[in-house]
Design a protein around this ligand. Sequence first.
Ligand code: ADP
Ligand code: MG
Length: 312
Amino acid sequence: MLAAMTDILAITGLSKTYASGLCALDGVSLKVRRGEILALLGPNGAGKTTLISIVCGIVNASAGTVLVDGHDIVRDYRAARSLIGLVPQELTTDAFETVWDTVSFSRGLFGKPANPAHIETVLRSLSLWEKKDSKIMTLSGGMKRRLLIAKALSHEPRILFLDEPTAGVDVELRRDMWQLVRALRDTGVTIILTTHYIDEAEEMADRIGIISKGRLILVEDKAELMHKLGKKQLRLQLQQPLAQLPTALAGYQLALAEGGNELVYTYDSQDDRLGILGLLKDLGDAGVRIKDLSTTQSSLEDIFVDLVRERA
Ligand SMILES: Nc1ncnc2c1ncn2[C@@H]1O[C@H](COP(=O)(O)OP(=O)(O)O)[C@@H](O)[C@H]1O
Ligand SMILES: [Mg+2]
């Protein structure tokens, strides 16, 4: 089956209720395609880290199954886990170790034989080669983040999980991180990242999954998501301000803006443009003269806010 070939991760009916009784995940099913960047987008507390922790074998699921390239994470734990690299949300590193030692040691934890050439490639690709003999405590914040990625890549995983890779990171470092993640994907690694930053999902992802209150509300190609759920606005700058909307135009989704100097027409981006042609004609008939016009498309942020509000 083609689908089985291309999906590197298959999650089915995954639920988690913590000992406290809190249901952090509720029946999540998700397939991840080989070589894609999937962003799991959701507010704090949505269950993103719980989901990742289960796939990585850190947290036990209450129900459901996870297959990593066909390997069940419970029955076939070692095989599944060796295919996964995890860059955790919390930074934990041993301050007194050197960069080289800590990355080499990580590889050993997976039972892989030493491979200095691979470690060198990883450190070079993350611009850490010059720091290989430095102690971790001497690294900058950005270097420490890259070191966590180097550790996660030490055993040559096929899937890399990045849990909130840019939380609390400054703008410049975020851009560097995004570039780095793309470069990793270009080497064939499948990337799953979690974020509560909408712009990060919009910038990075091939597909976006939206998580809210332990449920995966939707998973969609980014472009498709924007197309399906996006609204477009046509803004018409008027030659003469209008005190109110002409009654002849009551049938359109229109609003006055900028003190009556602008008319804003909102329409679904899936609609054809006939509505606009009709509107322009009716405006002309009503004697409304247009100085200029522009269109805007709703951002992922608008879509996300709408979705989460609908389900609240
Ligand atoms: N070990 C735990 N015990 C009890 N509740 C937890 C534990 N870990 C997380 N939670 C709760 O589960 C929910 C989901 O948390 P988490 O998966 O960390 O969400 P996210 O990563 O999306 O912020 C939250 O309400 C959180 O407080
Ligand atoms: Mg989290």
